[in-house]
Ligand binder design. Sequence first.
Ligand code: ATP
Length: 218
Amino acid sequence: MATQTLTEGPVGFLGGTFDPLHLGHLRIALEVAQQLGIADMRLLPNYLPPHRQKPLLSAEKRLAVLSKALESCPELSLDLSEWQAVEQGEAQAGYTVDSLRRLRKQLGNRPLVFVVGDDAFAAIDSWKEYQVLPELCHLVVATRPGYCLPAGSVAAQWLEQYAPQPADTFSNRAAGTVQRCEVTALDISATQIRELLAAGKSVRYLVPESVLALLEEK
Ligand code: ATP
């Protein structure tokens, strides 16, 4: 009997602005990877064109912080495909659906797992072409303190509609499931870090120690 051959194991992506990266990001990426058996987990920063730049961190600084932090985290890597596509003018903006199509081309039929936090997932129906996302990837929703999915929302509906069946695993399906993953609650946000930095206060223990100096330099 012919079975579908998936070339290799799943590849996971945590997409984000990382303005800046904090321990919440690193911890959810690591925990999702460990819980769901994803050996290749990548952080996928989006490049914001200069006119959309947030006030505190430049694109270069966001990238420098990511690179430095990942030096001491061999379980995670950096995927610059979306960043480069926008920077080189191949894509106008870093929409997730465009990135996933690009990644899908690169990965063939390898399982592709896109990780989002509760807050991002709650607004999934505001994303460009959101209806096609389950055709392109599996979605894993990491729990985030302070957020819940409103009953009746598209997000809540998707968790039922695309719930993995007992026979579904990341090694036999390339895309198409949506599930939650309970992770350690870390109530840290990039907004909070930007506010602390702007007020001249320390962000120690909220971000990796290795990037403290980079973030706190004037
Ligand atoms: P901001 O405060 O600027 O909105 P953020 O802290 O949410 O930023 P993003 O880069 O926007 O960081 O987040 C990237 C992804 O990581 C999103 O899917 C978000 O939901 C998730 N995420 C970020 N922080 C946490 C956290 N502490 N717990 C769970 N998920 C998180």
